[in-house]
Design a protein around this ligand. Structure first.
Ligand code: SF4
Length: 291
């Protein structure tokens, strides 16, 4: 496979055929993200992409495929359709194709384009939200404010494609910890994605956030404050349709999995018990955390 650089995928795509369509991320400015630093964004050659699909198809009878890297949805719809059609031709049993879609890329697609993509097999879009707080989103240079994210989320949901969103615990630092968590919970409730995941910020040496940390301009909340953020997010997340909420990413201290709104009280009870215990043994050890 012609994988270039650091190819990432959501945890739920662990068993998917991973086809690298673009290299890097067209935005590449988020202050916490070190994944594609120093990597220019480009679209891979279509012949190479097809050779990779041929090769991957020969290995295994995949049920799911994921198009990497950062924001494949930024490509012209005709190109994505051609790639998805080729995957389906080579793998008639593929049930779902997924992509990361940043807010700008989603907003650029018309409702008709999204429906065309859904009809050919695009089954899930992963949208990085990070926070619902305007000040935090500006500071981390996300390139999208809550209003844009909400519009993009509505577009995806109206198209019939599943929407999976991620937020980041700790992103507001100590100063903005509570407003970040409350606004993020309310924002997720308004958007009511099919899936929502909370990850925890990890300070990576090649990022602007790390440099802020070194200068004393950013400090991460401690482990139990991060759990309080998780609790506040869920408390304020009043979904209007079912949402599978998880915090089982390797970066988190406490893995949870709950269907909201049904299991909201149960999961809040669990988080409260851990916070009240103050027992670090109930949390994931630092050496097992990763991105
Ligand atoms: S977080 Fe996502 S949008 Fe931001 S720079 Fe990283 S890959 Fe790009």
């Amino acid at each position: 496979m012609d994988y270039v650089g650091h190819v990432i995928r959501p945890p739920s795509e662990a068993y998917s055929m991973i086809i690298q369509v673009t290299v890097g991320c067209s935005h590449n400015q988020c202050t916490f993200c070190g994944t594609y630093k120093g990597q220019n964004f480009y679209i891979k050659n279509l012949d190479q992409i097809k050779r990779d699909i041929d090769e991957a198809s020969s290995y295994y009878r995949y049920k799911k495929a994921f198009l990497a890297d950062g924001d494949v949805l930024i490509l012209p719809t005709a190109t994505i359709l051609e790639i998805m059609n080729y995957i389906k031709k080579k793998n008639p049993h593929i049930e779902r194709i997924g992509v990361y879609g940043n807010t700008k890329a989603i907003l650029k697609k018309t409702p008709e384009e999204l429906k065309q993509l859904r009809n050919v097999g695009l089954g899930i879009i992963y949208q990085g939200i990070e926070s619902g707080n305007v000040q935090v989103l500006r500071k981390i240079k996300k390139g999208a404010l809550p209003g844009h994210q909400l519009k993009a989320a509505e577009k995806v949901k109206n198209s019939g494609i599943l929407l999976s969103q991620t937020v980041l615990l700790g992103l507001g630092g100590i100063d903005m910890s509570i407003p970040h968590a409350i606004d993020t919970g309310k924002h997720l409730g308004n958007m009511s994605p099919d899936y929502a995941s909370a990850l925890t910020v990890m300070l990576l040496p090649n990022t602007e956030l790390y440099r802020d940390f070194q200068k004393g301009n950013f400090a991460l909340p401690d482990k139990f404050s991060l759990l309080r953020e998780l609790k506040l997010i869920i408390e304020h997340m009043d979904v209007h349709s079912k949402c599978m909420f998880t915090s089982n990413h390797a970066s988190n201290y406490l893995p949870i999995k709950a269907t909201l709104p049904d299991q909201k009280n149960d999961v809040l009870d669990l988080i409260n018990r851990v916070i009240e215990s103050g027992d670090e043994n109930l949390l994931k050890p630092e050496h097992l955390r990763a991105l």
